[in-house]
Design a protein around this ligand. Structure first.
Ligand code: UTP
Length: 266
């Protein structure tokens, strides 16, 4: 079944960007000169998505204003999470709008260099019917910041690996692998059954990774290694490096920025 719908959760509090996020949603902070949410919308459209479901909360009216103006040609529907009860909850409330078709989920605080990784996930799902999740190899010392997968063997030549389980934020010693989940997914409708059975994790939130873990234990999840650049724009440092990277790639400002940086670092 083709993947035409994407869910973009944008209802979080953005506490790591306070005080900016008292007035501006994190997802609208610019990566160089373009809101990170616009980059995410463009990435989805580049992978064949034509309906985007944007999950917001009523304390972030600028998200809805953005949805009215976002360019690119996809239809955008805004739904509201009553409170930021976790990523699992944000996805679960889209159940009726999504229907029975497979769908993508893109976290807008991760910036991909292009649409190629999402295209890979879509292809994997369309070929196998499996849920396909983006994974990345990181140094062991960094696994505790992520959901970490228990892989079935090692990734094949195409970067595909079966997922047996997911452990949320393990410490480096107990981690089942150095493969972590990044914020790109293509789910079959079965994910909603696992989301409906979620219990709050430590911290009280309903975690998407717990639902993926339950799904993986039944054998329905494949990991796909990321093949493009990725920036974690959920932190001020990640946002800064993503902005510099984006500006360096622009022919109109890149050379000027490079010269300035070289002078500044001397
Ligand atoms: P994060 O946990 O990175 O975002 O969620 P946050 O909670 O806004 O950030 P901090 O930790 O307070 O700085 C990843 C994505 O999921 C959305 C967020 O808006 C973000 O885009 N999200 C998170 C929801 O939509 N609902 C939630 O309940 C939680």
């Amino acid at each position: 079944m083709p993947v035409r719908t994407a869910v973009i959760p944008a209802a979080g509090l953005g506490t790591r960007f306070l005080p900016a996020t008292k007035v501006v949603p994190k997802e609208l902070l610019p990566v160089f000169d373009t809101p990170s949410l616009q980059h995410t919308v463009d990435e989805a459209i580049g992978a064949g998505i034509d309906h985007i479901i944007l999950v917001s909360n009523r304390a972030k009216p600028a998200i809805e204003a953005f949805a009215d103006k976002a360019s690119g040609g996809a239809r955008i529907t805004v739904v509201y999470q009553d409170a930021p009860r976790g990523l699992g909850h944000a996805v679960e409330i889209t159940r009726e709008l999504v229907g029975d078709a497979p769908f993508a989920v893109l976290l807008p605080d991760e910036l991909m260099g292009d649409s190629s990784h999402l295209q890979d996930l879509v292809r994997e799902h369309e070929a196998t019917g499996q849920t396909a999740i983006g994974v990345k190899r990181v140094p062991r010392s960094e696994v505790s910041a992520y959901g970490c997968i228990t892989p079935q063997g090692v990734p094949d030549a195409n970067g595909r690996v079966g997922v047996r389980d997911v452990v949320e934020k393990p410490n480096a010693v107990d981690a089942p692998s150095d493969l972590v989940i990044i914020g790109r997914y293509v789910f079959s409708r079965h994910i909603f059954g696992y989301l409906a059975s979620l219990k709050p994790a430590a911290g009280g939130e309903l975690q998407l990774s717990d639902a993926i873990g339950a799904y993986a234990r039944k054998g329905g999840v494949t990991g796909v290694l990321i093949s493009c650049t990725r920036h974690d724009t959920g932190t001020p440092m990640g946002m800064l490096t993503a902005s510099i990277d984006a500006a360096l790639k622009r022919s109109n400002v890149g050379p000027q920025l490079r010269t300035w940086l070289e002078g500044r670092l001397q």
